[in-house]
Design a binder for this molecule. Structure first.
Ligand SMILES: [Cu+2]
Length: 445
């Protein structure tokens, strides 16, 4: 049972169209090679990270899962009436690490913005519907092989709404270590597993699956899956902004976008202080009979930034508190999924935002706190120096309905990953007899 859904209120919103991009004025500095050449320091072996140790939550709010290769993920969770599932104090401990490595202090959805193509409706599904209140009970079959936790939803009572389980993801690696690699003829092959943590929330006719995946190789992925039903009140898209989904040309589902935002508060190696870097690579076509060359530049993102995905561009958040066993600072790299960026609002115009932490800045749009210098994330990119960066990820999907969308609507996923970069000195799943090949792979001798 869930609450009766209030029909979505059609409302006009007025927002100034100004937008800022923090990249302006940033100096593009070091070459990639130069940057990395400074890495080895006096630190021998893994730096002693502040103890991530005991999670700051009671047993009912702890999630701990050992995966293939001995990787352990640990976290706490809690429930927020607006954005639903929140993960706290997420740490990663591959088998080779003596202690858990703190990764995220908190992670959750920060908005699902749904503008209709005809301009007549625009929703903030997280802050403007009963998304958080309408957490769904899950049947055991919806959480195969896992555990369904009870969630106390304010004003709603207990909901069997949080599934934690594991799922195979196929090959973690494969190496036929034969003569071609100077090897011993052995086949090294492993199948990987992910820890999955998910909830389902209703927002009017839609149901959103909020899914987090924690892989044995250190990768974290979040996806939002939209399913449920198309809104029957929107079968009026005969203005050229819809798609016929019934017999002939009568019922036209109005096209719309789902712009999903996440808020990530990193706590790499137990510290809120982190650096952000942007990398861009530029390919120069061949001259004469030569080959193309590629030059990669690193741009320290020292001030708040509204960033745009581009070919051969990526960002990473770098630890200031810990290095791996090779003396390289630990970091996590963004791997955005496919996105149809929606340019209709100032806050949807950019793919990623890095803002300096401020308590009142909680939702990417329609932020409820009044004294926050604007109600959307783009307004918070105001030139402040980043010491404790908050990362906002925007992944959009333009939904032009199709006959197959009824009924129920097949799940459509949109999301991103963060992948470890230099968190461990080698592949965290390296088998013992290849552990001697760090920087010195077999050479056939
Ligand atoms: Cu849709």
């Amino acid at each position: 049972m869930h609450v009766t859904h209030v029909n979505r209120v059609r409302r006009a919103r007025f927002r100034p169209a100004a937008t800022l991009t923090g990249l302006t004025g940033l100096a593009v500095t070091a070459l990639l090679g130069t940057a990395l050449a400074t890495a080895p320091s006096a630190v021998a072996g893994p730096q002693k990270a502040p103890a991530a140790a005991t999670p700051a939550c009671s047993a009912a709010y702890q999630i701990e899962q050992v995966l293939d290769g001995g990787t352990t993920w640990r976290m706490c969770w809690h429930y927020n009436t607006l954005s639903g599932l929140v993960l706290d104090n997420v740490s990663y401990q591959p088998k080779s690490e003596p202690k858990p490595i703190a990764v995220l202090t908190s992670a959750r959805l920060a908005q699902v913005h749904v503008p209709y193509d005809d301009g007549e409706a625009e929703y903030d599904d997280i802050t403007g519907t009963d998304f958080g209140q309408a957490l769904q009970n899950l049947k055991p079959a919806e959480c195969p092989g896992g555990t369904i936790k009870t969630v106390k939803v304010p004003d709603m009572g207990n909901v069997n709404g949080l599934c934690t389980t594991t799922r195979a993801r196929g090959h973690a690696y494969r190496l036929n270590d034969d003569a071609s690699t100077g090897g011993n003829g052995k086949l090294y092959s492993a199948q990987g597993k992910d820890l999955l943590v998910y909830t389902v929330n209703k927002a009017s006719w839609y149901e959103y699956i909020t899914e987090w995946r924690f892989s044995s190789d250190g990768t974290i992925t979040s996806n939002v899956g939209a399913t449920g039903s198309l809104s029957p009140y929107d079968y009026n898209g005969t203005d050229g902004k819809g798609w016929p989904i019934g017999k002939g040309a009568t019922a036209y589902a109005e096209s719309h976008s789902h712009n999903v935002f996440w808020r990530l508060n990193f706590g790499l190696d137990g510290s809120a202080k982190a650096k952000v870097e942007q990398y861009d690579s530029k390919v120069t076509p061949p001259r004469g009979n030569g080959s193309p060359t590629t030059k990669t530049t690193r741009t320290p993102v020292t001030k708040e930034l509204a960033g745009d995905v581009a070919d051969m561009r990526w960002w990473r958040v770098v630890s200031t508190a810990g290095k791996n066993g090779d003396g390289h600072p630990r970091s996590y790299e963004f791997v955005p999924g496919r996105s149809s960026k929606y340019p209709g609002r100032s806050f949807t115009k950019h793919d990623v935002y890095f803002t300096e932490y401020k308590k009142c800045e909680q939702y990417a749009s329609d932020n409820p706190s009044a004294n926050c210098g604007g109600t959307s994330v783009d307004k918070w990119v105001s030139g402040q120096t980043l010491t404790h960066p908050i990362t906002w990820v925007n992944i959009g999907f333009h939904h032009i309905a199709r006959d197959e969308d009824q009924q129920p609507m097949p799940v459509h996923w949109q999301g991103f990953s963060i992948a470890p970069r230099d968190v461990t000195a080698m592949n965290p799943l390296t088998p013992a007899d290849l552990a001697g090949q760090n920087g010195v792979p077999g050479n056939g001798s």
